[in-house]
Design a protein around this ligand. Sequence first.
Ligand SMILES: [Zn+2]
Length: 248
Amino acid sequence: MARVVFVPWRRGRRLLAAVVVITAVLLAWSYYRGLQEEETVRALSWAVANQVVVVDPGHGGIDSGATGPGGTAEDRVNLAISQHLAEFFNQGGAHVFLTRQDENVQEGESGDDLVERVRLAQRVGADLFISIHCNAFDSREKGAQLFYDPKSPEGKKLAEAIQTEISRRLANTDRVPLSIDAFVLRTQQIPAVIVEVGFISNPREEKLLADPGYQRQMAFAIYAGIVNYLAGKGGAPAETGPPKSNTY
Ligand SMILES: [Zn+2]
């Protein structure tokens, strides 16, 4: 009787072992693929060397931006992703400037932090301006989306390249870049984009956006898109039109 009892248990154990081994192999493979992809991007990093890039973590100071249902503040997510992005640019040999280093904003002579953000880009002779924000609408909307100025063909190309990499790497959106009239885009001659990294108003996405690992992944996807843009690879076609939902 004992053998009858033990045989299914052994079979179960073998099955469990097989599942564990297969899972481990799949995890190792996806990790290896991830490393390979990071290597490929790093191999193209010559394209960012000596570029002057302004990374703009949206909001800060008395304006914390949107707040998620779980209490996550947009300005903090924007800063964390921006700091990762700045680190990748540093590693690639770019000259990178953040419009704010911490929770404080620079209001300078103008008394208007948006004006100062654009002025910083002019003062340092920036080649690119990348503004990081979180979107907010209702609890169902999700996914990252790029915005560019309607009069900037290069801004559009840059937006497409970043959107392509976010969509491919994070697989959380089928959104396409949109043109929009926004101060930090309209006032610049250089390619400038707003990256809405996701909807902080969506409980699931809010959790992701608050997660340090996801923040780094998001920053790397943005970096990969910029590397591709600078290396002349471009991205997928974009549609134009008014954004369905946005808060800045
Ligand atoms: Zn915002």
